[in-house]
Design a protein around this ligand. Structure first.
Ligand code: AHG
Ligand code: MN
Ligand code: MN
Length: 336
């Protein structure tokens, strides 16, 4: 069977459906090239001397893995000179990175989590790269980009996606016209479309949450999980299965493939009150993908994509996946 390449798909989207502009198309090509380089770097593991920590902390107060820093550099270097960006922001950098003056500047902003699930690097479990594309707001025309220019709700994303480095390396992408999955053909070096129009099954009996945080959860989450655990005999009348990979990319990929609900809710810990996951680098791009695939994404109180960010590194509670279960847990929040 002959597969369409990522390039073919993007050119078609640009020419026939106008769902992507020429410069965003080039930008996605560049990001996907960087993800190939990341895939190669990650797969070398101990042979490449890339495992382990650096002993430094990032702006989130988390210990940086060597690969957190390396992958951040790969993405910065790949995207600096292409001409479609004005600035970038990353989970691993305190502030934004403006395109240096030696290069032409474009009308887009790129945000990324260069290595998601990096606690899994040393134990050889799937990890990924998450990215999101916004446009330079009209009011910033002709002046230097500031952090405030990035603070746009997720509904303004023009593209988002992730690469997953697992048994297969895949790129899962939306330009607002459904969700497409491309598998990396390592010999050819091309991304080939293997998953057309991915849809999240509306119903599921599989949940993903870090159960060790149970004592910190708010009442609606507690109620929902207790009901799941009661199985067939409980009010939900089905037996649930549980998965938790600790790489959001891998958990979301499973949900896009066979359904499920993913939860990293805000909780009562001083560090958990705004949630753990980052709105701009994790929650927004994943919510865009999930909604484009027919699923739902909420923080328990409202749609994630509607949140007006107040800060670049802001965190949020995240509940996303199959429509029926997400709607149920959302409604438990309203009852409470
Ligand atoms: P990152 O490696 O980019 O910091 O993200 C890790 C995130 C997310 O991928 C995952 O779902 C979650 O943290 C796991 O958190 P716990 O270790 O608290 O389960
Ligand atoms: Mn992450
Ligand atoms: Mn990360």
């Amino acid at each position: 069977m002959k597969h369409k390449t990522l390039t073919q798909y993007l050119v078609e989207q640009q020419r026939q459906h106008q769902s992507v502009s020429a410069d965003v198309r080039l930008l996605i090509e560049t990001v996907s090239r960087a993800c190939k380089a990341i895939s190669t770097t990650v797969s070398k593991g101990a042979l490449g001397g890339v495992l382990g920590s650096l002993g430094t902390e990032n702006v989130q107060g988390e210990i940086q893995k060597k690969l957190d820093v390396l992958t951040n550099e790969i993405l910065l270097e790949a995207n600096e000179w292409g001409g479609s960006l004005a600035a970038m922001a990353s989970e691993e950098m305190e502030t934004i990175h403006r395109i240096p003056n030696d290069y032409p500047k474009g009308q887009n902003l790129l945000l990324f989590d260069p290595l998601d699930g990096s606690s899994n690097v040393d134990v050889n479990v799937s990890i990924g790269t998450i990215f999101s594309v916004l446009q330079v707001p009209a009011e910033a025309a002709g002046r230097e980009i500031t952090e405030a220019d990035f603070l746009q709700p997720g509904t303004r994303q023009v593209a988002a996606g992730y690469a997953i480095y697992g048994p297969q390396t895949m790129l899962v992408l939306t330009v607002g016209a459904g969700v497409m999955g491309f598998t990396l053909d390592h010999e050819m070096g091309s991304w080939l479309m293997t998953h057309e129009n991915i849809r999240v099954p509306e119903q599921t009996a599989e949940f993903a949450i870090n159960m060790s945080n149970m004592r910190h959860w708010e009442a609606p989450v507690r109620r929902y999980i207790e009901e799941c655990l009661q199985g067939e005999a409980g009010p939900l009348e089905k037996n649930y299965n549980m998965r938790w990979i600790a790489s959001m990319v891998a958990d979301v990929h499973r949900i896009l493939t066979r359904g499920g609900i993913f939860m990293y809710p805000r909780d009562a810990r001083p560090t958990g009150q705004k949630g753990k996951l980052r709105l701009m680098y994790e929650a927004n791009p994943m919510s865009f993908l999930i909604e484009q695939a027919g699923g739902r994404a909420t923080d328990g109180h409202g749609r994630i994509l509607d949140i007006q960010p107040q800060a670049l590194h802001e965190r949020t509670g995240v509940i996303l996946g199959s429509k029926e279960e997400v709607d149920r847990l959302h409604s438990y929040h309203q009852d409470a």
